[in-house]
Write a protein that binds this ligand. Sequence first.
Ligand code: NAD
Length: 276
Amino acid sequence: SPVPTIVLNDGNVIPQLGFGVFQVPAEDVTGVVAEALKVGYRSIDTAAVYGNEEGVGRAIRESGIPRDELFITTKLWNSDQGYDSTLRAFDTSMRRLGLDYLDLYLIHWPVPSAGRYVDTFRAFQALKSQGRIGSIGVSNFRVIDLETLIADAGEIPTVNQIELHPTLSQRDLRQYHANHAIATEAWSPLGQGTLLDNPTVVDIAKKLDRTPAQVIIRWHLQLGNIVIPKSVTPSRIAENFDVFTFELDSQAMESLSRLDSGKRVGADPATFSAGL
Ligand code: NAD
């Protein structure tokens, strides 16, 4: 595989480029994931709340790819936070996926007002010690949430999956991750498509004879981010994977990083509490 890997702080290895399936309808997801696997993606990112775990599982089984060559991530939804409810939600996700082993389980959002993410993570630790999960991590955690979790659960999560793209470059959080050996995984890496007509991005793409999406994915890879772009269009699924035969120079990297405006395309982790 042309895809570089990242070694997590628990020793497990994740492909640096994966495939996200947020907003892929359940009835389409099997075909879309099959296409991604055909192109060469081996890491798939879903979530209980996406409503498409079953179809993801079907694509995995039908692909015939050995299980140990795949890296499957799903996420625990907000309404299932808490120790016992997490154990139940995990079983439900695994039944839907049709898997007996999960590579990475993430707490989808911290929901700080509920105060349940430490208990949730303790359930993750139990599932990991039973050998049912390879790696345990979080998503949308702020520095304060990470500090609370590490202090109270006594373990550093492997991954924090956060909104991250050139207009929200998350410098402080990435620095905190680097200091604590937490891998940074970028969601909405293309800004949900909003960055693809940005003049700076378009200009760099033209100079390199590449597409805007490829340029942004390179920016992530060269920063060391794990990146999980989503598309349902076969040509774009292939385009987003064809990013290992060119590089951005430091000037292009800096121009892209200067696009940081702090503007989110998604929800604010401090207050997001859907499902509760
Ligand atoms: P994205 O940044 O990957 O953008 C996807 C959109 O960009 C597509 O729908 C399409 O419109 C466009 N696009 C993709 N490739 C293109 C190409 N080559 N040319 C032109 N347009 C292209 O957005 P996303 O889906 O929100 O994020 C990626 C993944 O991150 C999700 O599928 C999901 O797995 C994950 N995610 C996680 C969270 C979280 O809270 N943890 C939140 C959002 C997304």
